[in-house]
Design a protein around this ligand. Structure first.
Ligand code: 2M8
Length: 453
């Protein structure tokens, strides 16, 4: 059956909020809220940051516990791991394949974790929880303040780890050692650097579990060739026992990620302000502002006037990577461009190559421009629209005073998600829900939009 706008149901906002809450409740396995029921039966680092924001609208104390569960899995080095495994299996690569605790004494034994990280959006979640808590009852405010007191030093150490190990030469541009660390796993941003990842004959065999769990998994999910490379990078890390500096030295994938860098700049500012509000050491607050400043400059430096977008950089070859992806708008998240360039970038994201494309189901920038020859509207990070990414831009727009654009984006997103399936991602042209359904982070950003309208 061809999917058409006519086949969509449309819930009212009360029903939609109830349905989002029900989705989060359904994904609550007692010890954590999983990222999605079947495809992702564990806790993912940046998913959990978003999940805790939505939860705060339902129950502040529950939200604080969710974020605290992730923070408790911090490695002794300061890294927040990308996956915190539940006791349930059902995901590959699971804890055995990673072998993080077996190979590295700084990884926690329990819970089991993966050996890489994800984008640092956690301070933004802490900000939202604190604000929602303070606007609520005395008990809500107290719970949020406890999280602030206990969580701030953990987040400071996380940001410090990123600077120490992912920007050792103080350029401001943070590097990633695996596409999974970007959160945009198979984005065309990584096609060139992945071409340099050549799986060796000693790649241990494996069986994927993801494909059968997604309706048309064969076309939506990354290919087997891509998975070989993902798994090969894990083998390379295992060989150096996940030692952070050795990983950076030896990984055949090392990329300066402009989107992660912008999020880091934004989150470091947010964390600095939260530090001032909670009497954290002044030198740490100052340091965070310094990191934010340096990374903002790096993001501005990555801006390419020729394409009007910011670029990533392959640190193995030195090549700048210009792709027509949503990450090119990174400077809008953290600032740093001069005014004419910033105005042009804001106009571009709203314009006909992106959110203003006439064929879109709703005016939301997809992961790749619909006008790009590589646009694949059903293929994961190669074209679909991701509500959480839109949430990030909307939130940043609010902070930057672009309230009209933020309101337009929120309205368009609510139109997209009104069917209540809370899909992982959506077909930008038809609005068809794709990937996993009942994805927690989609439900949670919907709750935040509904409460902010
Ligand atoms: C996706 O990534 C995982 C690997 O980490 C996967 O495809 O198996 C990405 O969309 C990532 O950004 C997200 O955090 C994760 C869970 O939702 O799924």
């Amino acid at each position: 059956m061809r999917f058409g706008a006519g086949s969509r149901r449309r819930l009212g906002s009360v029903q939609l909020a109830a349905s989002a809450a029900w989705t989060l409740g359904g994904n609550d396995i007692g010890t954590m809220i999983t990222a999605a029921p079947r495809l992702y039966p564990h806790m993912w680092s940046w998913d959990t940051a978003f999940i805790s924001i939505g939860l705060a609208h339902l129950n502040v104390d529950r939200a604080t516990r969710e974020l605290a569960t992730l923070l408790a899995a911090q490695w002794r080095t300061g890294m927040l791991p990308h996956i915190v495994f539940s006791e349930d299996g059902g995901y590959f690569p699971g804890p055995e394949r990673w072998g993080a605790a077996e190979l590295n004494a700084d990884a926690p034994d329990t819970p089991r974790t993966s050996g890489i990280c994800q984008p640092p959006v956690h301070a933004i979640a802490l900000r939202r929880i604190v604000d929602i808590g303070r606007a609520g009852s005395a008990a809500d405010a107290a719970a949020a303040d406890r999280l602030l007191t206990d969580g701030w030093p953990i987040l400071y150490r996380w940001h410090e780890w990123l600077v120490r190990h992912r920007d050792p030469h103080a350029t401001g541009l943070l590097s990633i050692v695996h596409g999974w660390e970007s959160g945009m796993d198979n984005s065309p941003r990584w096609d060139a650097p992945y071409a340099g990842v050549v799986p060796g004959p000693d790649l241990p065999p494996y069986v994927r579990l993801d494909r059968d769990l997604v309706g048309s998994g064969d076309t939506e999910r990354p290919s087997d060739a891509e998975y070989d490379r993902y798994l090969w990078l894990i083998e390379q890390m295992r060989k150096v026992r996940y030692d952070a500096d050795a990983v950076v030295r030896t990984s055949s994938f090392l990329v300066g990620d402009v989107f992660v860098t912008a999020l880091f700049a934004l989150a470091s500012e947010v964390l600095a302000t939260l530090g001032e509000e909670s009497d954290q050491p002044a030198w740490q607050v100052k340091q965070l502002r310094g990191w934010a400043h340096r990374s903002r400059r790096a993001v501005a430096h990555a801006y390419d006037p020729a394409t009007g977008l910011a670029r990533d950089r392959d640190l193995r070859t030195g090549d700048w990577l210009a792709t027509n992806s949503i990450a090119g708008f990174a400077p809008l998240l953290c600032g740093g461009l001069d005014e004419p360039a910033e105005t042009a970038l804001l106009a571009k994201i709203c314009g006909p190559d992106w959110a203003g494309h006439p064929d879109l189901f709703a005016a939301i920038p997809p992961s790749v421009s619909p006008n790009d020859p590589g646009f694949r509207p059903r293929e994961y990070w190669r074209g679909p629209v991701w509500p959480v990414i839109a949430w990030l831009f909307g939130w940043a727009f609010e902070q930057r005073g672009w309230t009209d654009q933020a309101a337009d984006l929120r309205a368009a997103c609510l139109r997209l998600v009104a069917d209540g399936t809370f899909a992982e991602y959506y077909h930008p042209l038809t609005g068809e829900p794709l990937g996993s359904k009942q994805q927690s982070w989609t439900a949670t950003v919907v709750l935040d939009w509904l409460h902010s309208s």
